[in-house]
Design a protein around this ligand. Structure first.
Ligand SMILES: [Cu+2]
Length: 467
């Protein structure tokens, strides 16, 4: 009986060995690109060559950081293999590195996920092999002490082990990974910023970003898609500390492969939780055109620390699925106190410049001070100053447009960069004239006068973009 079992096992394992046919070099891609789907039906030996490079790169506009990378980017190169493949992994550590590094792939079954066998000094390389037993989307990361620091410096990426039958075909695939960063200087502080261990231990990130930097996926970096396409995002979270509430503003995930596994596919999901050192695969169909906004819905991280990216969907709008704004009327609830104040707001016309400034001051306190502060000096790197603002003083028409239509994208005010969103506030032309005339009287401003006729003459548009 026992003998039979031994024979049976050796036949089975021989069978498994026999399935590996030939060998190939892995196609590795930098984010947001994903290697092409695997079309072969057999298993093979896949050779992965990953080079560790320590290098300075921008983490935000005007701010540099020394990243430690798998393949020169954060996150590291995307690896795509198939369930049952043998992987021969080569880890090379560039001679210019200051640190030894290794790699722990969550797709590996074995001690340390490969870490123990891949410890590599600068100017050396290591080789180890593993068999991809379980399909799914896995995080890999460096696990050299101090582990937290290696991960905090950007040493993570994703490896996809496609299930035997492959994944369903889609039109476009993207690679996006979140990470939290800890710099000595505050968010937005210019110049070179070193790593801050204390902030990292306290879990107080300075930046939370997608694909290694603020603005990695805005402007020219925005992901591109067309209306009617099926989109798949391989989303990972490198951490080292934060858990991500991954959400796409303007979409609903038709499918989520929960936690990057292959068995549990949830449908019709708004926000999916992605643990540090974990992943999710999300899919949705683009039904209409416009910008979709990828965020961590722990929302200060998105608007104040960088966890925000854009997907530009091009093609015809579908007014049935999304109409756009159809109407904007004054809303006057009957018998409420609001009624009288709104009426006053809409009908009162300033009779003199003095009155215009006085009324503008009231409007400013109610509508602007929360962000720009009562004295108009703003909050460094978050809300620009409107007092003594060169941006304001340089162009009156532009200032009117900002208040009438809102503003988003990168702007420079008094040599400081801002890249945020000011919403359109829905004020009347009269109120906009008042508030801007008041703002122009603030210390350091040019005392320009803005009339309701000038506000009216400026057409309402989509929010002015800073780009
Ligand atoms: Cu490392």
């Amino acid at each position: 009986m026992q003998k039979l079992l031994v024979i049976l096992i050796s036949v089975l394992s021989l069978g498994a060995q026999a399935q590996i046919k030939g060998e190939e070099n892995a196609v590795l891609t930098a984010p947001p690109e994903v290697p092409p789907p695997i079309t072969r039906s057999h298993n093979t030996k896949v050779i992965v060559k990953m080079e560790v490079v320590e290098k300075k790169m921008p983490i935000a506009d005007g701010t540099e950081y020394t990243f430690w990378t798998f393949g020169g980017t954060v996150p590291g190169k995307f690896i795509r293999i198939k369930e049952g493949d043998m992987v021969e992994f080569h880890l090379m550590n560039h001679p210019s590195s200051k640190m030894p590094h290794n790699i722990d792939l969550h797709a590996v079954t074995g001690p340390g996920g490969g870490a123990a066998s891949s410890f590599t000094a600068p100017g050396h390389s290591s080789v180890f092999s593993f068999k991809a037993l379980n399909p799914g989307l896995y995080v890999y990361h460096c696990a050299t002490a101090p582990v937290g620091m290696h991960i905090a410096n950007g040493m993570y990426g994703l490896i996809l082990v496609e299930p035997k039958g492959g994944l369903p075909k889609v039109d476009r695939e993207f690679y996006v990974m979140q990470g939290d960063f800890y710099t000595k200087g505050k968010n937005g502080k210019q110049g070179y910023q070193p790593f801050d261990m204390e902030k990292a231990i306290d879990e107080r990130p300075t930046y939370v970003v997608f694909n290694g930097s603020v603005n990695s996926m805005t402007g020219d970096g925005a992901l591109k898609a067309k209306v009617g396409e099926n989109i798949r995002i391989f989303f990972g979270n490198g951490g080292p500390n934060l858990v991500s509430s991954f959400h796409v503003i303007g979409e609903i995930f038709d499918k989520v492969y929960v936690e990057g596994g292959t068995k549990l596919i949830n449908e019709n999901v708004q926000t999916t939780l992605v643990p540090a050192g974990g992943s999710a695969i999300v899919e949705y169909k683009t039904e209409t055109s416009g910008n979709l906004v990828l965020v961590d819905h722990s929302i200060f991280r998105a608007f104040n620390k960088g966890a925000l990216g854009l997907m530009k969907v091009e093609g015809p709008e579908d007014k049935v699925i999304y109409s756009g704004k159809q109407m904007d009327e004054v809303y006057l609830p009957e018998g409420s106190n609001i009624q009288s104040s709104v009426e006053k707001e809409t009908v009162t016309v300033a009779k003199s410049l003095e009155e215009r400034i006085k009324m503008g001051k009231v409007t400013f306190a109610a509508n602007c001070a929360a962000c720009h502060q009562a004295d108009g000096k703003g909050i460094p790197s978050v809300f620009p100053p409107v007092a003594a603002s060169d941006y304001l003083n340089a162009d009156k028409k532009r200032a009117i447009s900002v208040v009438k239509n809102g503003l988003s994208g990168a702007i420079t005010v008094n040599k400081e960069k801002y890249n945020s969103v000011m919403p359109a506030l829905g004020l009347t032309d009269e109120s906009i004239a008042n508030v801007l005339t008041y703002v122009y009287t603030m210390a350091g401003n040019s005392k320009k006068v803005v009339t309701p006729a000038e506000v009216k003459a400026l057409k309402a548009t989509a929010p002015a973009g800073g780009h």
